[in-house]
Each structure stands twice: as C-alpha cells, then as structure tokens.
Design a protein around this ligand. Structure first.
Ligand SMILES: Cc1cc2nc3c(=O)[nH]c(=O)nc-3n(C[C@H](O)[C@H](O)[C@H](O)COP(=O)(O)OP(=O)(O)OC[C@H]3O[C@@H](n4cnc5c(N)ncnc54)[C@H](O)[C@@H]3O)c2cc1C
Length: 471
C-alpha cells in the first residue's frame, strides 16, 4: 500500500506530466521576428541561401555585410528548424583531438580548424555584441561530464590535447564535479571556460535581422522545390516564386529534402528531445549549475542542460521522432533528469519539444561544392551553436573569394551513406538502443563511481586550488 508521502509525490508527478505541453519553449521568450513574407514573384540576387537557420542566417549576414545582394528563404520560418529548437549550449570543441583533426583533414585545413575552434565561442559572443543581437547570451563555462570510466579516460585525453593546443580547460573530479555542476551523477568532468549559452531562436532571428538591415531579403513559408541552371545562373523555384542567383548556399541541415540529389543521404537525421521545467528557486539555482554554467555528458543518448533567462532548467536527451513521446522518449528524458539532478525529481515540466540534428559518421560537419556556384554546409552533429557560425563565416568567405585551401573545412564530395534508406527507417530505435548501451556502461563501473574516479588523474578542486589548468 502506498504511503501518504509517495502517494502525494505520485500525484504531483502526474500533475507535472499533465501540464507538459508539446510546444517550443523558445518561441515564448524570443525577440520579435524580423519582417519576412512568403516569396511571390521573381527575385534576382548574387546569392540565394536556402534554409534560414543559424547556418543560413550567419552566411547571409557575412555576405550582406560585404555588400552582396542576398535572399534567404525558409520552407517554414526563420529558425523553424533545429536552430529555434536547440538547447542553445555553446560547446566549443569537437569530439576529436587536434591531432585527429589534422590526420583527418590534412595539415592545412586541420591547423586552420584548430585555430578557428579555439576562438569559436569568443567569436560567437563577439558577433552577438557586434550585431547587437538580443539573445540572452551567457558565457559562464561548460561542464563536460563523463558518465562512465572509459568515457572519463577518453575525455581526459581529449581535454589534455585541446588544452595543449591552447584551450582553457580544467579537469574536475570527485566532489569538485558536484560543486561545479550540482549533479551527484558524475565523478569526472572537464570545465571549458569559453562555453556558454544563448536563446537560440533569438540568436537566429538576430542574425536574420542584422542581415536584413544590411539589405538581405528574407522569405518564409517558401519551400524551394527545384534548383536548375538557366541562362548561366542558378534558378530555384517555389510554388509561387523563383529566385535567380549567381550562387546558391544550401543550409538545410537535418531538414534537407530532395533539393540537391544525394545531399539528404550524407548524414543520419537523429532527433533530440528537450523540456523546459518550471523556474527553479534561488536556492536551487545556487546549487544546480551554479553561476549558470551549462552541462552535457558523454552518453550516446547525451544528457544536456542549462538555464533560460527565467531560471527554468532546459534539459534534453536523444529522442526518436518529431514527437517527444515516441517510444517512451518523454519517460526516458524524465528518468535522465532524475539521474542527473535527483533534487529535481518532481519538478513540473512546462513544455517539451523535439528537433532533428544531422549526424555525420565522423561527427564533423561537411562542406560541399557539388557544382560551380553551389555550396552546402551541414552535419553539425549536435555542435551547431558555435559551429554553424564557423561554417557560416566559411561559406560567405568562400563566396567572397577566399581560396578553398584557406577554409577551416575541406570541400568534400557528396557521398551518400551506404544503406541510408534502411538506417533512416531504424532511426526511431537509435535512442532506446543508445540508452541501453549507456545504462550498461554505468552498470559496469557503478562501483568505480562509488569509489570516486580511481582511474582518472588525482586532481581535486578546492577553494584554494580552483581546478588544475591543463595547459
Ligand atoms: C533539440 C535540439 C537541441 C540541440 N541542442 C544543441 C546545443 O545545446 N548545442 C549545440 O551546439 N547544438 C545543439 N543542437 C544542434 C544545433 O541546434 C544545430 O546544429 C543547428 O541549429 C543547425 O543549424 P542549421 O542552420 O544548419 O539548420 P536548421 O536550423 O535545422 O535550419 C535548416 C532550415 O532549412 C529549412 N529548409 C529545409 N529544406 C528547405 C527547402 N527546400 N526550402 C527552404 N527551406 C528549407 C528548414 O525549414 C530549416 O528551417 C540541438 C539540436 C536540437 C534539435
């Protein structure tokens, strides 16, 4: 028989479940959208950007700032895709070490990408200031936490490698992880000083507004259905309009359809699901993610979290479809929230939503030039907040004349993934499967976590010794 306390808790939880609405939280707190209409009729520009997410809008901004005439179109609206649904965490390093980048991309692009990565977060926050983007920016650091022993070893190696290259990264273990994050779930973490967070829909709208102020034309509810060569230019058509342009940028990421042959087959369109809780009390905010630091972990079905400007916790993990509840997604997310922050086990959830992320096999974005005058940049693999700006700057630089060898990403051919049709159908199963694997990892070294990170270097942060800088 249930006790009074557990009965009460169950009722509270049931209430919390009832009020969680499937709607994107950011739409309720975003800055106003820029003026924008459906394309009707013909437009002639230097560059057409298809896709008005962060990649497309940052590309358009760079081009408009340099005096090019630009049109940006989106099938739905500015920031409708991942950019307006994102966790908004600026996690400024890749999952690969600098050396792995050089091995994979070659010395020239590798070294350029390392340099660009080291400044990616600062460049993002400086863009926000430069273009006066109203998007609640906070640069208070990012805790990257290891969920299991092997992950801690890999993370330590990754942190050391990036610190040696110049990143401001500190290792935390044991009590220091809990003090820095408010989570008892981890025994090892890296703290990246450059990390932070933004209101992602406001950032996207802000880039679009700044581009429009510099002359860019913005169009919503304009799905481009064809792209072809006509009279020495590119011509893209929608149901009621057409754009003629010297150059075209495809910035459609995980929402890519058939506008360019094969492009949608170059990545896996995985899903991330995410919630906004009710606001936390001041006391809770002092303990959980103190100082508004962000957190994400090493799970395959990654748990990630940050505050919004009203003190609501935004918490996400991997999902299965555009609907949060598919295959128990919401229940898994709530379990994840309880694992990472057991203090918030019963917190009401105000809103829940889902979005698609484009994941490439090597978890690095791809830059393509499938025909003269056509560029595509996509596949951010969950690192889009800082890295879409890196890509957007690269795309605009290329169109403005920067040689391909000087870009941070090599231009690679469009290569469809093998068995893409089959893996696409299996995508809903990915999140439950990854969750099982993550659970197995933590089960295997639960004893290690109890003992306190024996396999990781003995570094403890105290008030006198605030973390050990790896540099
Ligand atoms: C729930 C969630 C949480 C995330 N959290 C984080 C995070 O915390 N940190 C982080 O770094 N990254 C995160 N990401 C990833 C990040 O948000 C993305 O990498 C980034 O927003 C991609 O931006 P984009 O502009 O390339 O694509 P999108 O924002 O997806 O934009 C693509 C746009 O193209 C449009 N489009 C597609 N086809 C056409 C067409 N034919 N004609 C016209 N328009 C078209 C779509 O309507 C869409 O608006 C998250 C993603 C999701 C979904």
């Amino acid at each position: 028989m249930a006790t009074g306390v557990s009965c009460c808790r169950t009722n509270r939880r049931a209430m919390a479940e009832r009020i969680a609405k499937e709607e994107i939280h950011w739409a309720f707190t975003a800055s106003a959208p820029p003026e924008c209409a459906k394309l009707e009729g013909a437009v002639d520009v230097d560059v057409l950007v298809i896709g008005a997410g962060l990649t497309g809008c940052r590309t358009a901004l760079g081009l408009a700032d340099a005096g090019a005439s630009v049109a940006v179109v989106d099938s739905k609206d500015i920031g409708w895709g991942a950019s307006g649904r994102s966790g908004g965490q600026c996690n400024p390093i890749w999952r690969k070490t600098p050396q792995e980048l050089v091995e994979r991309l070659g010395p020239r692009h590798g070294e350029t990408l390392i340099k660009t990565t080291l400044t990616a977060a600062d460049d993002l926050f400086s863009d926000i200031r430069r273009y006066d983007v109203d998007c609640d920016p906070v640069q208070a650091g990012w805790i990257q936490a290891a969920h299991a022993r092997k992950a801690a070893r890999n993370m330590s190696a990754l942190g050391k490698a990036w610190a040696a290259a110049g990143a401001d990264i500190v290792e935390l273990d044991g009590d220091a992880v809990r003090a820095a994050s408010g989570s008892p779930a981890y025994s090892f973490a890296l703290r990246h000083a450059a990390g932070g967070h933004v209101q992602p829909l406001s950032l996207t709208r802000g880039y679009a507004r700044a581009a429009a102020a510099l002359g860019a034309q913005l169009f919503k509810e304009t799905p481009m259905t064809s792209l072809e060569r006509a009279n020495g230019k590119w011509r893209a058509r929608s149901d009621k309009g057409e754009v003629t342009a010297e150059n075209v940028v495809l910035a459609t990421n995980a929402y890519t359809n058939g506008v360019w042959p094969g492009l949608r087959k170059t990545f896996h369109p995985l899903v991330s699901i995410i919630v906004a809780t009710d606001p936390l009390s001041d006391t809770q905010q002092k303990e959980i993610l103190p100082g508004k630091v962000t957190i994400s972990d090493s799970r395959l079905a990654i748990f990630y979290s940050r505050y919004d400007r009203d003190g609501r916790l935004i918490f996400g993990c991997a999902g299965s479809s555009d609907t949060v509840d598919t295959l128990g997604g919401y229940a898994r997310l709530r379990r994840g929230l309880r694992t990472v922050f057991p203090q918030l086990a019963d917190i009401p959830i105000a809103r829940k939503w889902a979005g698609r992320i484009a994941v490439t096999p090597e978890m690095m974005p791809h830059l393509h030039e499938p025909a003269p005058g056509v560029l595509a940049g996509l596949g951010f693999s969950g690192r889009g907040i800082a890295m879409t700006s890196v890509m957007g700057r690269a795309l605009s630089a290329k169109l403005l004349g920067t040689p391909a060898d000087d870009l941070p990403f090599p231009i690679v051919p469009i290569t469809p993934l093998p068995f893409h049709g089959l893996t696409r159908r299996l995508i809903p199963l990915a999140a439950p499967a990854m969750t099982m694997k993550d659970g197995f990892d933590t089960l295997m070294d639960g004893a290690w976590r109890q003992k306190g990170a024996q396999a990781t270097p003995k570094r403890r942060e105290t008030d006198d010794n605030p973390g050990e800088t790896l540099r």
